[in-house]
Design a protein around this ligand. Structure first.
Ligand SMILES: Nc1ncnc2c1ncn2[C@@H]1O[C@H](COP(=O)(O)OP(=O)(O)OP(=O)(O)O)[C@@H](O)[C@H]1O
Ligand SMILES: [Mg+2]
Length: 338
């Protein structure tokens, strides 16, 4: 029996949604409480695992399939299903409602630039603009809230990289799908059960810099690796890209500097800010709107510091004008810069 059919036996209660390509996420909050995301909207579904032990058996089998364990000592799990879907699990007593599982489904090719334009997640003009930034080797940060489409946009941006470039990617769970031939993908490693063997973003970034990259793509900035990435961007690795969790372009720069401080070098704030604005050139802001759609809400250019504060110039913004008969927001992607 192959991996996915073996696991799907345990995941039987959620199988219809695992098989439904229109479902993007399955959220299990204990055995009797299951939600799905479809078309950007969350819905509770009438299905349940027979019991908490049955749900735990499913979670344990997911852990086993990636050579990990779930127990009191390791009550959280990041894993991928054999089809590439991303899974996160938290077990009781940390999860108070029973085992919690979230499955972010892997989409084959559907998040193509063409589809993003068709779904009005971005306009063709904006996409062409972003493609030209990538080709001109601008350093770009994609920001947005959880599940707003950051990684998907990073994937699309990466598709515009010259196939001749040597690209090093670093992620903690491989989600990027680059097609360029000269690709060196790295994945971080969690510590083993004795707390040993952890390989972090920072470690892999150090290796990446010694491996003659033309471009470095970091899946997500969450900590001290921010400083290493800024330094890489400032020392000839232009055309590097990453994502960060922040609600707007300005906040993303503030969060980037906070992450850079985690590197622990005690650099003065002003020195970090100077590095941020010298390194980063554009911020792309993604969002999930109340009508369930995901959009690129803006593209901003990073300006020099203004009296020690960040300054940004909006180049493109999404302006909502109304709501259509299906409850979908209407509006325009507007070019604001010159
Ligand atoms: N423009 C879009 N239209 C419809 N669905 C989208 C769009 N962009 C992303 N999605 C879907 O939304 C979900 C979240 O996307 P993605 O993983 O890119 O978000 P993220 O911001 O990187 O999330 P996280 O904060 O968890 O890293 C995925 O299921 C993805 O397929
Ligand atoms: Mg992401």
């Amino acid at each position: 029996m192959n991996g996915i059919s073996y696991l799907s036996m345990f995941l039987e209660p959620v199988k219809p949604w695992l098989d439904d390509p229109a479902v993007s996420e399955i959220m299990i909050n204990g055995p009797g409480n299951i939600y799905i995301e479809k078309g950007g909207h969350l819905t509770k579904v009438e299905s349940a695992f027979p019991s908490e032990p049955a749900l735990q058996a499913a979670a344990n089998n997911i852990a086993k399939s990636v050579g990990r364990v779930l127990n009191d000592e390791y009550p959280r799990l990041d894993a991928r299903l054999p089809d590439g879907s991303r899974v996160h699990v938290v077990i009781p007593p940390l999860a108070r409602c029973g085992t919690v599982v979230s499955i972010r489904k892997f989409r084959q090719d559907s998040l193509s630039p063409e589809n993003l334009v068709k779904w009005q997640s971005i306009s063709q003009e904006m996409l062409d603009y972003l493609a030209s930034l990538v080709r001109k080797r601008r350093n770009i940060l994609v920001c947005g809230a959880t599940s707003s489409g950051k990684t998907s946009i990073l994937n699309v941006l990466s598709s515009y990289i010259d196939p001749a470039d040597r690209i090093l990617t670093i992620e903690d769970s491989c989600e990027l799908q680059l097609r360029q031939p000269h690709l060196v993908p790295f994945e971080t490693r969690r510590p083993d059960k004795d707390g040993k063997g952890e390989i972090t973003f920072r470690d892999l970034l150090h290796s990446a810099l010694r491996l003659r990259p033309d471009r470095i793509i970091l899946g997500e900035i969450r900590g001290g690796e921010a400083l290493d990435l800024l330094q890489a961007m400032n020392t000839g690795h232009s055309g590097s890209m990453s994502t960060i969790h922040a609600n707007n372009a300005r906040d993303s720069l503030l969060r980037l500097e906070t992450c850079a401080m985690y590197a622990g070098f005690d650099l003065p704030l002003n020195a970090i800010r100077n590095q941020v604005v010298a390194a980063l050139e554009y911020v792309v802001h993604t969002g999930r709107l109340d009508d369930g759609s995901r959009k690129v809400l803006g593209i901003s250019r990073v300006l020099p510091l203004d009296h020690g504060e960040y300054a940004l110039a909006d180049e493109w913004v999404w302006r909502q004008t109304g709501t259509d008969e299906n409850g979908r927001f209407t509006g325009e992607f507007c070019r604001t810069g010159d």
